[in-house]
Design a protein around this ligand. Structure first.
Ligand SMILES: Cc1cc2nc3c(=O)[nH]c(=O)nc-3n(C[C@H](O)[C@H](O)[C@H](O)COP(=O)(O)OP(=O)(O)OC[C@H]3O[C@@H](n4cnc5c(N)ncnc54)[C@H](O)[C@@H]3O)c2cc1C
Ligand code: SF4
Length: 472
C-alpha cells in the first residue's frame, strides 16, 4: 500500500463548493462546481483501498473505484480517467446525477465506520470534466467496419451507451427517437441545475463524430413501423424508457392547474435550451407537488427557480422512506421548499374551474412492505388544507403499451419488456431490449449498464450472423 492513501483519519470529507441556496435559486445553472486539482487529490487520498471494495459492488457498473481514486490521489489524472471510462460510457453524467448516497458512497466502508464517505461521484465528475477539457476523451475509431447494422429505438442513456459500444466494434448504428433532440430523460427530464445540457450535447456530438446516425422526430409506431425498422437492420434494440404517468384519482383532479410532472419539466428544459415555449408557468403561484421521488424533487426545485410564491412537497410517508436521493431533498430544503411528510392528497377544490386548494389527510406509518418501505394508513379526522393554484402530479411512470408497437413482444406483468437477464434478448429473434423499458423506472447508471450489456450480446449475435453468411 503506498503512503498516499488511507488519509480518512487526517482529512475530512468535503463535497465541491455548492452555490449559495439563495443565489442558485435565481437561475438554472448547476449548483456544484468541480474540485480544484489539489482538492481532488486530497479527497481521493481518503480512500481506504479495501481488499473487497464495497463501493464497487454498490455501483451498478462495478466501476473500479479504488484504482481510479488511487491514481487521482497520485496526480495520474489521465490514467485515472481511462480506468473510470473503461466501465462507464458517461462518467461525467453519472458523477453528477447518480444518487451516490444509495449506491457507491452509501456502501463505502469509511462511511459505514463513521468517518464520512469518500466523495466518489464528485471525483469521478472532476476527472471526466478534466478529460474533456484536456482532449483525453478518445474518438470512436472502430478497427474495422462491418456492413451489418443495428437499429436502436430510443436515444436515452441505454440507447446511447449501446450505440457507442456497438460502433466501437464496427457495426453500423442508427438511433431513432421521437423527440427533436437525443438524450431521452437526460435532456428533457432531468433539469439543468442537476445536469447542464451542454454536457449531454457534447456526448451526442461525440457519438455522431464516431459514426452513429440519429433519426430524430421519428416516432416508431407512427412515422415508421416497428417492422420497417426490423427490415432495415439485422438487430434491433428497444430502449424506449417508460412514459405513462401514474395519475391521481381524486375528486377535483380534472380542474385547471392540475398538471403532470414530465410536460412541466420538458417545458422548463426547453426554455433553458432556448426553444420558444410557455414562459415560467409557476411564476407567482402557490405550487404543490405530490410525490417523493427524483421527479418530485426536480419539480419543486424548478418551481422555486420559476419564482413560485410558495412550493410545498406532499409525501405520504416520512423523510426516511422517500425514494428520491437524500442529497437532492436536502438541496430542495435549502432552496426554500416546504415538506409535508406523512400527508396524502384527499381532494382538490377549484374556483371557476381552476384549482385553489388541496385537502390532505395525515398518515401514520405501519410495518415494512416488500419494497422495504413502511406501509401507511390515514389518521381519522386529520384533514387539513393547503393553498394551491398549481398542483403537479409526480407519482412515477409505467410503460406505454408496447403491444401497439409490436403485438408479438412478450411483456412482464408490469408491462415492461420481458428480456433475458444477461443477454437482454426478447422472445423475437434479433430484437433486444434495455433500460427502463425492461427494469421499470430506474436510474441512468442502470440504463447505461444494461445498454452496454445488450450491446455485448448484440455484438455476439451479429458476429454469429456474419460467420453464417461467410459459411453459406
Ligand atoms: C424527472 C426525472 C428525473 C430523474 N432524475 C434522475 C437522477 O437524478 N438520477 C438518475 O440516475 N436517474 C434519474 N431519473 C431516471 C432516469 O432518467 C432514467 O432511469 C433513464 O433516463 C432511463 O434511460 P432509458 O434510456 O431507459 O430511457 P429514456 O431516458 O426515457 O429514453 C428513452 C427514449 O426513447 C424515446 N422513445 C420512446 N418511445 C419511442 C418510440 N416509439 N419511437 C421513437 N422513440 C421513442 C424517448 O423519446 C426517449 O428519448 C430521472 C427520471 C425523471 C423522469
Ligand atoms: S457510476 Fe454512479 S454509482 Fe458508479 S461510481 Fe460513479 S457515481 Fe458511483
Amino acid at each position: 500500500m503506498n503512503e498516499t492513501m488511507l488519509k480518512f483519519t487526517d482529512i475530512d470529507g468535503k463535497m465541491p463548493d455548492k452555490r449559495h441556496a439563495q443565489k442558485r435559486a435565481q437561475d438554472f445553472g448547476e449548483i456544484y462546481g468541480d474540485y480544484p486539482s489539489a482538492q481532488t487529490k486530497q479527497q481521493a487520498s481518503r480512500c481506504s483501498q479495501c481488499g473487497v471494495p464495497f463501493c464497487q459492488s454498490g455501483c451498478p457498473l462495478q466501476n473500479n473505484i479504488p484504482d481510479w481514486l488511487m491514481l487521482s490521489a497520485q496526480g495520474r489524472t489521465r490514467e485515472a480517467y481511462m480506468v473510470s471510462a473503461a466501465t462507464n460510457s458517461m462518467p461525467e453524467i453519472c458523477g453528477r446525477i447518480c444518487p451516490q448516497d444509495r449506491l457507491c458512497e452509501g456502501s463505502c466502508v469509511i462511511e459505514q465506520s463513521g468517518h464520512g464517505t469518500v466523495s466518489i461521484g464528485a471525483v469521478e465528475r472532476t476527472l471526466s470534466d478534466t478529460a474533456w477539457e484536456q482532449g483525453w476523451v478518445e474518438p470512436i475509431k472502430p478497427q474495422r467496419e462491418h456492413t451489418l447494422s443495428v437499429g436502436i429505438i430510443g436515444a436515452g442513456p441505454a440507447g446511447l451507451a449501446a450505440a457507442e459500444a456497438l460502433r466501437e466494434q464496427g457495426w453500423q448504428v442508427t438511433i431513432y427517437d421521437r423527440h427533436d433532440r437525443a438524450g431521452g430523460l437526460l435532456i428533457y427530464g432531468i433539469p439543468n441545475f442537476k445536469l447542464d445540457k451542454k454536457i449531454v450535447a457534447r456526448r451526442i456530438a461525440h457519438l455522431e463524430q464516431g459514426g452513429v446516425k440519429f433519426k430524430l422526430n421519428t416516432d416508431i409506431g407512427t412515422d415508421l413501423s416497428f417492422e420497417d425498422v426490423r427490415k432495415q437492420h439485422q438487430a434491433v434494440l428497444m430502449a424506449t424508457g417508460v412514459y405513462k404517468a401514474r395519475a391521481l384519482a381524486l375528486p377535483g383532479c380534472g380542474a385547471g392547474g392540475v398538471i403532470e410532472a414530465l410536460p412541466y419539466l420538458i417545458n422548463a428544459n426547453r426554455r433553458e435550451l432556448g426553444d420558444k415555449v410557455e414562459a415560467s408557468t409557476a411564476h407567482g403561484k402557490h405550487v404543490v407537488v405530490i410525490g417523493g421521488g427524483d421527479t418530485a424533487m426536480d419539480c419543486v426545485r424548478t418551481a422555486v427557480r420559476e419564482k413560485a410564491k410558495s412550493v410545498t412537497c406532499l409525501y405520504r410517508r416520512d423523510e426516511g422512506n422517500m425514494p428520491g436521493s437524500a442529497r437532492e431533498t436536502k438541496n430542495a430544503k435549502e432552496e426554500g421548499v416546504q415538506f409535508k411528510w406523512l400527508s396524502a392528497p384527499q381532494s382538490l377544490h377549484d374556483k371557476d374551474g381552476h384549482v385553489t386548494r388541496l385537502r390532505a389527510t395525515r398518515m401514520r406509518l405501519g410495518l415494512k412492505e416488500v419494497s422495504r418501505r413502511q406501509s401507511v394508513s390515514p389518521i381519522k379526522n386529520s384533514s387539513f388544507d393547503i393553498k394551491a393554484d398549481m398542483v403537479i402530479q409526480a407519482l412515477g411512470f409505467t410503460p406505454e403499451n408496447m403491444h401497439t408497437l409490436c403485438p408479438d413482444l412478450r411483456l412482464t406483468r408490469f408491462d415492461t419488456i420481458k428480456a433475458h437477464p444477461v443477454r437482454f434478448s426478447t422472445n423475437i429473434d434479433g430484437v433486444f431490449a434495455a433500460g427502463d423499458i425492461v427494469r421499470g423506472a430506474s436510474l441512468v447508471v442502470w440504463a447505461i449498464r444494461e445498454g452496454r450489456d445488450a450491446a455485448a450480446a448484440i455484438d455476439s449475435y451479429l458476429s454469429a450472423q456474419m460467420a453464417a453468411l461467410a459459411a453459406a
